[in-house]
Design a protein around this ligand. Structure first.
Ligand code: ATP
Ligand code: MG
Length: 278
């Protein structure tokens, strides 16, 4: 049996689009016939869990596929080391019990927690969405008025680096790290160009792949309440616009960039072709 492919949405900066992209990724994989388990380790905010609960209600009226969903509470043990151990064990055991699924998608909070660290260490791919601002970039490198070549990795990059080592130690495996920009404006701006330049430079130094990402689109904000995504528009009789088609294309680029096992990748590409034509 092939092991599940684990994708973790992560960034220690809040509000960059982790839960939104997680949900669109989950549904796009389900629509291609894959079995998907989703795990929410951001129980305090619980956006992904609430998104899926809204979807359960819509399912009463429309035939839409569901992931198997679990949310994991962090330990309330006051002892630092014991809480760390408990959280690591809880998540590792949960993933162990999800081995029959093709994909496990884990949504993490916009801050540093033991559960989030453990999730990163279990990932085959980490997807880090960033908004197009220097404040968001500062999570990857300590931004200061100096040449980009001399900027030092920042807290989140260091955490990903540690978890890459953790995974190598635990299973000998590696982690593919994808950074993408989210909520991009369609207009040219100096800031947008500058951010891209810095990210391209950092990509080689810090060890991530840079994807073109997602534009700012109303559709991403509208569908939460029904628990639906770009990939449910036919079933829920939403009028499809050019902006929706473009957004789907952005999502396909992300799917195609995932380094999933070759056989599954062929299935994905075939399904993508059919969905683009439909
Ligand atoms: N491409 C986009 N276009 C327009 N709005 C977007 C886009 N991506 C995300 N959003 C909106 O941005 C806000 C933050 O998104 P989301 O909750 O997915 O971020 P997050 O990284 O999970 O946040 P947190 O760190 O708080 O968990 C939401 O209102 C969401 O609807
Ligand atoms: Mg979130």
């Amino acid at each position: 049996m092939t092991k599940p492919y684990i994708v973790v949405l992560g960034n220690e900066k809040g509000g960059t689009g982790k839960s939104t992209i997680a949900m669109n990724l989950i549904v796009s994989l389900l629509k291609q016939g894959a079995s998907v388990a989703s795990v929410d380790v951001d129980v305090r905010q619980g956006t992904l869990s609430r998104y899926i609960a809204n979807r359960e209600k819509t399912k009463e009226k429309h035939d839409i596929p569901m992931p198997f969903h679990i949310s994991i509470e962090k330990s309330d043990n006051m002892n630092y080391n014991e809480a760390k151990k408990e959280d690591e064990k809880k998540l590792i055991d949960t993933v162990e019990n999800l081995q029959k699924y093709n994909y496990i998608i884990i949504d993490t909070p916009g801050n540093d927690t033991f559960l989030s660290r453990t999730a990163h260490s279990l990932a085959d791919t980490i997807i880090t969405p960033l908004n197009d601002s220097f404040i968001d970039l500062d999570v990857l490198v300590k931004l200061e008025n100096a040449p980009v070549e001399s900027l030092k990795p920042s807290i989140y990059s260091e955490m990903v680096w540690e978890q890459k080592k953790e995974k190598a130690k635990r299973s000998g495996g590696s982690i593919d790290w994808i950074v993408l920009r989210n909520r991009l404006s369609s207009l040219f701006s100096k800031n947008k160009k500058e951010t891209r330049k810095i990210l391209e430079n950092l990509s080689k130094r810090i060890g991530f792949r840079l994807l073109s990402g997602f534009c700012e689109r109303v559709i991403f904000r509208e569908l939460f309440i029904n628990g639906t995504t770009l990939f449910d528009l036919h079933e829920t009789e939403v009028c499809i616009t050019l902006s929706h088609v473009a957004a789907k294309q952005e999502m396909f680029e992300l799917l195609n960039a995932l380094e999933i096992p070759v056989k599954r990748k062929e299935m994905l590409e075939e399904a993508n072709k059919q969905m683009t034509v439909a």
